[in-house]
Design a protein. Sequence first.
Length: 571
Amino acid sequence: MRMRATLGLMAVLFLPLSVPVAGAAPVDSSTPFIRYPELEPAVDFWRDVFAKYSRRQIVFHDPYHLDVVYSVGDITNIVDGNLSEARKQRAVRDYMSREASRLGTIIRRLGKGVPRSDEERRIAAAILRGGSDVPSASTLASRVRAQRGLADELCGAVERATPLLPRMREILRAEKVPVGLAALPLVESSYRNAAHSHVGAVGMWQFTRGTGRRFLHIDHVVDERADSILATEAAAKYLRENYDRLKSWPLAITAYNHGANGMAYAARKLNTNNLATIVAKYKSRTFGFASRNFYAEFLAAHDVMAESEKYCGVAKKPEPLPEKVKVEHYTPLSTLATCAGVDTGTLSAMNPALKPDVTNGRLYVPRGYRLNIPAGTAVAFGERYAALPAGDRYAAQRNYYARHRVQHGQTLSEIATLYRTSVGALKAHNGISDPRRLRAGQTISVPVAGTAAASTVAQRTPGVVPASHRVARGQTLSHIARRYGVSVVALQRHNSITDPRALRPGQLLSIPSGSAAAASGSGYHVHRVGRGQTLSHIARLYRTTVRSLQRYNGISDPRKLRYGQVIKVPM
């Protein structure tokens, strides 16, 4: 039996007042953002998600008829509880699952009989709002979906967006893209530069690495996806590219989520560029809930941002946007902060595209990088930068990474063990989301400076080993003392360490000037061979050659290298 017939009878017998369906808005072709009547219920739903329901509320609804809302659950007790964040997330997921199952049971019961309680009558009325094409009770019951509200994040998003919007609109206008698309980051990230998705999308515009690299610079030093202005420039180009191919802004916007190839195929298969028709009729494993609703969600975001004063009041006058200056040499961020007249933390926050290894001083800001500095300071910055001593600017990046070519059957865990680093560090430095997909022959970057595999290799004077060491996980003062040929007592005294057991990973130690490696000026590293390491591994680690290592250490047969052996690595 179809649910529509059963509920039609229930409406006559049990519902004192039928629920009117809001009048559909006509299609307006004068705007690039066509308002399809068929999609308006979905637009209304997403508008409520953005502006009505908070993160403490979960909306249970049908995923194909978004005006069919079964209930709104309250999770304040979980949000305000004493659980850790991970356990709170698990508790929210468990609640969603239990409530969706309970509602499914009620819907199935309504398909077989009449409502028996106020809640069942309310759910029956909600189903009626779905119109004449509502499927069977069993189908409805099997697909109850949960959506968490976002209203309590709206004003924070508006505050983040306000200083950016004028510049964003200029960029969109320059690329001949509708300026209303400046509302799209509300859907993608709530205007957060630090946003990361579970599929590896980054930044305010949520570019994946593959798409981002078409328009932006992304490597182990800089990720321009996290720069709001640079990412907006990329998004404008990408959206314009989608429109030039699809000839429709609704399709081009949906392609931002589903891909231009996917939308072109859908339009070709159904022989239409009417997005409402595609949403209703196109069936594809990849054209799921997010893609079907992306345009409606954008329209809701556009409406909400246009009425932001209604929800958040008049925004305060924003601070002027930073200026951009081009860095002419490889330069420490701390040096650039001095030139900009701010502290390093402030300059780091102004440049979210710089990776942590740059902001914490392990790597230099790369040559050619467009640095954000406080508005009105470009002239003074240029003068201070030009006056820097030659020793504060560099012609090359710090030698912080080794390159490793993956061998057949090697895992990320084995490589991490080989170089005495962590799987997490390897994943982060190489953008690896799934370590199981590592393939033979692949080359990955290995952070080695300051690890047990190598002393800190950043240096100002070529040929001189720097007198510092960054503590690796599991290292003790005894390990470090043996590496540099000094005593534990000397290390303690030189670094004011009262309790050697309190040594922590990442801590930077100063090596006493009397150590063999730090003060001799001999121009070599001392390396203790790790378990399973070969001369080839060590040569790659220090960017030298096997032959050089053999000659420098008098090694005639590299196969006889043994665990714990100390060798010298020429610099």
